[in-house]
Each structure stands twice: as C-alpha cells, then as structure tokens.
Design a protein around this ligand. Structure first.
Ligand code: IYR
Length: 220
C-alpha cells in the first residue's frame, strides 16, 4: 500500500508556555482519584460515547485499535454483572489472594462487596482483541496489552476531564463477562470501569503518590 501523508497540525508553544502547561496539567491530573461511591444520576449517552472515542484515539500496534468498549446501563444486566463479579471476588478475598496481597490492599478498604456495579449509571467493559475478523479472515493484532492499556489510560483521563469519576475494577477471573455480554471468541475482558458522578460526601483514602526521585531516573 502506498504511504499517504497529510500535514501534522497542532499548536506548538514557546518554552515558557510549555513549562506552564506541563505544570498545570500535572496539578490537574494529580486531582484525579479512583472513587468507589457513585451517585446513580445518569450520564447522557453522548458523554459516554465522546469519552470512549477519546480513548479510541490512543496509539496502537500497527494502528489496529484492538479494543471494544461495551457500555452497560441496563439495570438487570448491571445486577447480573454485580452478582457474577461478587461471586468471583468472594472466592478471591477468601482464599485465592495471598496474605501479602490482602495486606497491600488493607489501606484501600476494598472487599468482595461490589455495590457500585449496580449503583453507577454506566459500566464500561473494555475488551482486548487478539485478532480481528475481516471479510471472514483472521487478521492479527500486535502489542494488544500495551495498546489496550494505553486506551484505558486515555479513557480515565477523558472521564476526569469531564468531572466524572471511575473505578478501574479487576474482577478475577472475568470470563463471566464474555458470556453475559455475548462477546465473540476473539474478545477477552481487560477492565471493568464503572463511571458516573461521585456520591455526595464521597471520601477517598489519604494516598501519597511517589515522588519524582522515586519514579524518575535520569541519564544526562
Ligand atoms: N480485584 C479485586 C482486588 C483488588 C486488587 C487490586 I491490585 C486493587 O488495587 C484493588 C482491588 C477487587 O477489585 O476488589
């Protein structure tokens, strides 16, 4: 296929403004928190689709965009997902997770109860696609984990940008989602992300984030 190029168009800024923008963006991102208590207030479909299409702008291996975002707002389906997730999580918290893991989670106050799966107005279930089916033929996708991880990062950013909140929930194992949502064989669940407005008076753990020194190593 011949390479068709178009001009790249995006504003650039003088260094002083680059610095200012980087600082402002850091402080804005640092205000994002994972929230476990949602208001049941619905969110317009268009908001959800805009957030997802922002996520779908993420870079991906060979630009294959190997993801499907399922949006569940149906009350009965949310209940079924809660019941199935709680069944798995009960087993995880009562035997499948190591002592060390449980200890590492204790300051977050999580347990096997997942009421947010019914209360949040929408659940976004992200699926990764190891291959696509194009005209009945299998077409491989590349760097699927990396690509879908990036898209989920973009998704969380977009949710934060609109003043909504989310929880990156990882019920494990989560094969029950394939069945409940009747996904094709080549789609595997990646993350379950309830989104919505925070419940009134929501509290979050008093977390400290790692410092520059702890996360950056320079080679100048
Ligand atoms: N999947 C479980 C346990 C859990 C694991 C991690 I790593 C967390 O950061 C939080 C919870 C659950 O969702 O409860």
């Amino acid at each position: 296929m011949s390479l068709k190029l178009i001009p790249y168009s995006k504003d650039t800024y003088p260094e002083s403004e680059v610095l200012l923008r980087s600082r402002e963006h850091l402080s804005y991102m640092d205000r994002r928190r994972t929230v476990r208590e949602f208001s049941p207030q619905p969110i317009p479909d268009k908001v959800i689709s805009n957030i997802i299409m922002a996520a779908s702008t993420a870079p991906s291996g060979a630009h294959k965009q190997p993801w499907t975002f399922c949006v569940v707002t149906n009350t009965d389906m949310k209940r079924q997902i809660r019941e199935a997730a709680e069944e798995e999580e009960y087993k995880s918290y009562n035997g499948r997770m190591s002592e060390e893991w449980l200890e590492d989670l204790s300051h977050l106050g999580t347990d096997w109860h997942k009421p947010f799966l019914e209360i949040a107005p929408a659940l976004i279930v992200v699926f990764r696609k190891s291959y696509d089916v194009v005209d009945g033929r299998k077409r491989t996708n590349y760097y699927v984990m990396e690509s879908v991880g990036l898209a989920c990062g973009f998704l969380l950013e977009a949710i934060h940008h609109c003043g909504l909140v989310a929880l990156t929930h990882t019920p494990s194992p989560m094969n029950f989602l394939c069945k409940l949502l009747e996904r094709p064989e080549h789609e595997k669940p990646f993350l379950l992300i309830p989104i919505g407005y925070p419940a009134e008076g929501t509290m979050v753990p008093d977390l400290k984030r790692k410092t520059e020194k702890e996360v950056i190593t320079w080679y100048r």
